[in-house]
Design a protein around this ligand. Structure first.
Ligand code: SAM
Length: 278
C-alpha cells in the first residue's frame, strides 16, 4: 500500500477532544511532522505515544517538502499536526499539501476540532452559510478592504484574533460596521470558556475593564437592517408590479406605494422606473 500523509486534528484545549482514529494514526505512523515539536511532545506524553518528530512551521515549510516526499517514497507513513486544532486552518501545512498533491502522494484527513466550527456550532448563526477569514491582516490596505467587505456582509463572518490585538480589532469592526452585534467566544473547551454576546461597543468597554486573556473567535451575524432593506425593496417592486398589472400608471402607482409602504414618493417613483419602463 502507498504510504500516506495524514492530516491529524488535535485538541484546541480539552485533551479529551481527540478522536479514536487520530490516536490510532498517531500510534501507527513512522514520523510526526509538528508545528512546534515541544508543544506536540506534551500531547504525545498525555497519550503515552513515543514517535520521532520533525518540525514543520511557517518558516521551514517549503524546505521540508522534499524531505517529507522522500520519506513517503521510502514507505514511511507520516502525520502532520499543528499546535492546536486542524492543520492548515490558520496554521502551517497548505504549501506542503499542495506540493505533495502535485506529486500524486496519498493525503488523508483525520478530522477533529477546529476553533472556527467549535465556536460557530454554539452561536446559532449558521443559517445562510458563513465566511471564515482567519486573522485579519494587521494593518494597511488589505485590512481596510476586508473591513469594508465585512461591513457589506450578507453571511456570518468568523475571525480569529489574539488577545493583544482584540480591542483594536473590535474598534475597527465597530467603526466599519456601526456598532454591530457580535459574539466573542473565548477559551473554547477550556476551564474559562465563555461566550459574550452584545453590541460591540459594550464588549470594548468590557475588555477595557477586564483585559483580554486567552484565545478568541469573533462571530458577526449578517446585518439584519440591511436584510430588511433588501426585503422592503423587493416588496416595493412587487407592489409596483401588481399596480402595473392592474393598468395603474407609473406616477399614480408611486403615490399609492408611498402611502401604503411609508416611503417617499420619490423613492417609489425611482424604483418604479425599472418596473414601468423596462
Ligand atoms: N488550527 C487551529 C484551528 O483549527 O482552529 C487554529 C490555529 S490559529 C494559529 C490560533 C487561533 O485560533 C487563536 O488565536 C484563536 O483565535 C483560535 N483558537 C484556537 N483555539 C481556541 C480556543 N480554544 N478558543 C478560542 N479560540 C481558539
Amino acid at each position: 500500500m502507498a504510504s500516506t500523509l495524514y492530516i491529524v486534528a488535535t485538541p484546541i484545549g480539552n485533551l479529551e477532544d481527540i478522536t479514536y482514529r487520530a490516536v490510532r494514526i498517531l500510534q501507527q505512523v513512522d514520523l510526526i511532522a509538528a508545528e512546534d515539536t515541544r508543544h506536540t511532545l506534551q500531547l504525545l506524553r498525555a497519550l503515552d505515544i513515543q514517535k520521532p518528530l520533525l518540525s514543520l512551521h511557517e518558516h521551514n515549510e517549503q524546505s521540508r517538502v522534499e524531505e517529507i516526499y522522500r520519506r513517503l517514497q521510502e514507505g514511511q507513513d507520516i502525520a502532520l499536526v499543528s499546535d492546536a486544532g486542524t492543520p492548515c486552518i490558520s496554521d502551517p501545512g497548505a504549501k506542503l499539501i499542495q506540493a505533495l498533491r502535485e506529486k500524486k502522494c496519498t493525503i488523508t484527513p483525520i478530522p477533529g476540532p477546529s476553533a472556527v466550527i467549535t465556536a460557530l456550532s454554539a452561536t446559532g448563526f449558521t443559517q445562510g452559510g458563513f465566511s471564515f477569514l482567519g486573522f485579519l491582516p494587521v494593518k494597511g490596505k488589505e485590512r481596510k478592504q476586508l473591513l469594508m467587505n465585512i461591513a457589506q456582509r450578507s453571511q456570518t463572518i468568523v475571525l480569529y484574533e489574539s488577545p493583544h490585538k482584540l480591542i483594536k480589532t473590535l474598534q475597527d469592526l465597530c467603526d466599519a460596521c456601526q456598532n454591530p452585534r457580535i459574539v466573542v467566544a473565548r477559551e473554547l473547551t477550556k476551564i474559562y470558556e465563555e461566550f459574550l454576546v452584545d453590541d460591540i461597543k459594550n464588549l470594548i468597554l468590557h475588555f477595557e475593564k477586564i483585559p483580554p486573556k486567552g484565545e478568541f473567535v469573533l462571530i458577526m451575524p449578517p446585518d439584519e437592517k440591511k436584510e430588511e432593506q433588501v426585503t422592503s425593496t423587493q416588496e416595493i417592486i412587487a407592489f409596483l408590479e401588481s399596480c402595473k398589472a392592474q393598468g395603474i400608471r407609473h406616477k399614480q402607482a408611486a403615490e399609492q406605494c408611498a402611502l401604503q409602504m411609508g416611503i417617499s414618493k420619490k423613492k417609489a417613483y425611482e424604483i418604479g422606473l425599472d418596473v414601468f419602463h423596462r
